[in-house]
Design a binder for this molecule. Structure first.
Ligand code: SF4
Ligand code: SF4
Length: 168
């Protein structure tokens, strides 16, 4: 998840991402292409849904999501517990960059803010950039919070956990 660099701690407040917005152009996502975004704008775009941390299978050229999650995913906050060193710890953890967003078959959920903008769509009304509330993704039921999920450490055969949620 492209949130700012941090370790997940009891004291970390996801709302802090929106504390200092004075240098951020209003509705920048409507005015710029993904290529034109600053690093801070890029990071603000992530809605914090956590769905990119689900394990997936590629079957017959199509990505199938499972309801199993990376062992470093925090199901309560939907944040990564090891964000600053995730690529060292998890071989298949992916950086969310333009190449990854445009990869086929699509492996990010269709609700992912980067996918929506790349398809010329607007952000949903619940997106934290619109509400200025980090928790609006959870309140809208758009994150993994509250869903039936299995830690990957308990999984033997991922094919048994394929899900067909509408927002994947
Ligand atoms: S799926 Fe997209 S919007 Fe959701 S957490 Fe991952 S990068 Fe952020
Ligand atoms: S290490 Fe796991 S929880 Fe962290 S960002 Fe990567 S996939 Fe998500």
């Amino acid at each position: 998840m492209p949130l700012k660099e941090y370790e997940l701690e009891e004291t970390y407040d996801p709302q802090s991402r929106f504390d200092d917005m004075k240098d951020i152009e209003s509705e920048f996502w409507k005015k710029k292409s993904l290529e034109e975004l600053t690093k801070k704008e890029w990071e603000l775009l992530c809605d914090g849904c956590g769905k990119c941390c689900l394990n997936k299978l590629e079957i017959k050229g199509k990505i199938q999501f499972t309801n199993t999650y990376c062992r470093f995913f925090d199901t309560k906050s939907c944040l990564c517990k090891i964000y600053s060193h995730r690529f060292q710890k998890v071989n298949d953890c992916r950086d969310i960059n333009i190449k990854a967003i445009r990869e086929k078959p699509r492996w990010l959920p269709k609700t992912c803010a980067y996918i929506l903008l790349d398809e010329g769509k607007d952000l949903p009304a619940w997106h934290p950039l619109k509400t200025k509330r980090a928790d609006s993704v959870h309140r809208a039921g758009a994150s993994l919070q509250g869903r039936k999920l299995i830690n990957e450490s308990e999984v033997e055969d991922y094919e048994n956990y394929i899900v067909e949620w509408e927002d994947l």
